[in-house]
Each structure stands twice: as C-alpha cells, then as structure tokens.
Design a protein. Structure first.
Length: 241
C-alpha cells in the first residue's frame, strides 16, 4: 500500500521540481549626443543654448576630427564645449531617461597645442549631487574613447534626470559622446527553478542529467536510482521499503 501511494504522488513531485517562475527582462538603451534615445528618440539637452558645438563638424574647435578619430566615437558624433572660468556660464548636459541604471561616456584628451584639456564635471541625479569627475591631462597626445565618467546602478526603476555640469574656476573641456541606461521593458522571462521536497525526502537534481525530459518513465516507476534515478529526483536513501 505504501509503495502504491508513493507511485501516485510521483507525478506531483516531478511537476513541483519543475516549478516555473518569471523575472523581469532588463535591457540597455543608448542615448547618442545627436541621434538621442535609441528607442524613444529623446535627445540630451545642452545648456546654455549656443554654448555647445557639434564636435565632428566644428571648424573652429581645436579638438576636432584632426585630433579625434571619428570611427572610434559612437555613431561618429560628439558635442564639444569649453567653460572659461568664473565669468562664463556653466555648461550642462541633461539626460532624461526611465530606468534603473545610467552610464555616461565622454571623450578625454591630453596634450593638444594651444588648448586647455582639463575635464571636470559635477554630476547631479534627480537634483542631488551624486559625483565629481576630473581628468587631468598628461604630456601624451593620447585620446581616451568610451571613457566612463559616471555610473549609477542603485536607483529604483522609474523616471530620472542626470545632469553633468562644467563650472567653477579654470578652463574646462567637455566632449560628450553618449549615455547608456538600463530599463525594465515590462516583459517577463520564464525561469525554471530547482526545488526540494523535504516532506518526501526527495531532491530533484537537474544538473545530474543532460536533459531530464529524456528520462524514460519506467526508470522512475521502478525506483531505480540509475541511470535516470537522479533525473526522477530520488536518491537510494529515500526509496520506500
């Protein structure tokens, strides 16, 4: 009688071992300096109006396509500004997005003749100061592409606003390339979980067989721990008398 009852429960135990849950799908989206959000099309805001140049098209900029290899820049475009000290207005990039993480990437340069190439930015997330970034140029002519100047992965999913501000004393060069943000796109992906049934003393061991669905049912019915016993979820010590 005991053996018969155990056999009738087996399909239920097998199904519980294959419990399926779902989890949110997180995706990354890019915000280009010119083309904007890869999904929504929203473009960054550059302040003040007229205070920024389209880098790859700027003939009067000393840091231009003769210095920067456009093929190494995201989509071949960047925005350029110089903040000229306390008498100049702040130069600000505003990136609005809905997500749970944000990464901003700039171009950083070192020695360029007759050019101040210090980069110093203050970051504000949703109005609160979040980070200070500084790049002090060295004596090389190296150009640093895809330079991560700010990241935040601990914010709640929702609408956010990131500001990068060049301000204060000294001449500050800002070459903004792009940003990436992470968003929960609202879809759900299935996740198969491995469970333990302590009441029956049986453990499903999914990793001990290449594909549990290949186990022939007759092995489970015979309570045989090999070759498909682990797939069926029974160890020899848990077999009924």
């Amino acid at each position: 009688m005991w053996r018969l009852v155990e056999k009738r429960l087996l399909p239920l135990l097998y199904l519980s071992a294959h419990a399926v849950t779902t989890h949110a799908v997180l995706t990354n989206r890019t915000i280009d300096d010119q083309k904007g959000d890869s999904v929504t099309g929203a473009v960054p805001v550059f302040l003040p109006p007229g205070g920024w140049n389209i880098g790859q098209a700027c003939d009067t900029c000393t840091v231009n396509s003769a210095v920067i290899a456009t093929e190494k820049v995201f989509d071949g475009t960047w925005h350029d500004s110089s903040h000229a000290g306390l008498t100049d207005s702040n130069k600000t990039i505003v990136v609005n997005f809905t997500g749970s993480a944000i990464y901003m990437y700039n171009i950083l340069v070192n020695r360029v003749p007759a050019t101040h190439t210090l980069t110093r930015l203050e970051f504000f997330l949703d109005g609160d100061h979040a980070f200070s970034f500084i790049h002090v140029p060295d004596n090389t002519t190296d150009v640093i592409y895809n330079a991560l100047v700010y990241s935040n992965t601990s914010m709640p999913q929702g609408p956010h606003s990131l500001q990068a501000v060049a301000s204060g004393n000294g001449t500050i060069l800002t070459l903004f390339d792009y940003a990436i943000y992470t968003v929960d796109d609202g879809t759900q992906a299935p996740t198969q979980s491995t469970t333990t049934n302590s009441a029956a003393g049986c453990r499903f061991r999914n990793d001990s067989f290449e594909d549990p669905r290949r186990c022939h049912r007759r092995w489970c019915d015979r309570w045989d721990p090999s070759p498909c016993g682990p797939c069926c979820g029974y160890l020899p010590s848990t077999l009924p008398p």
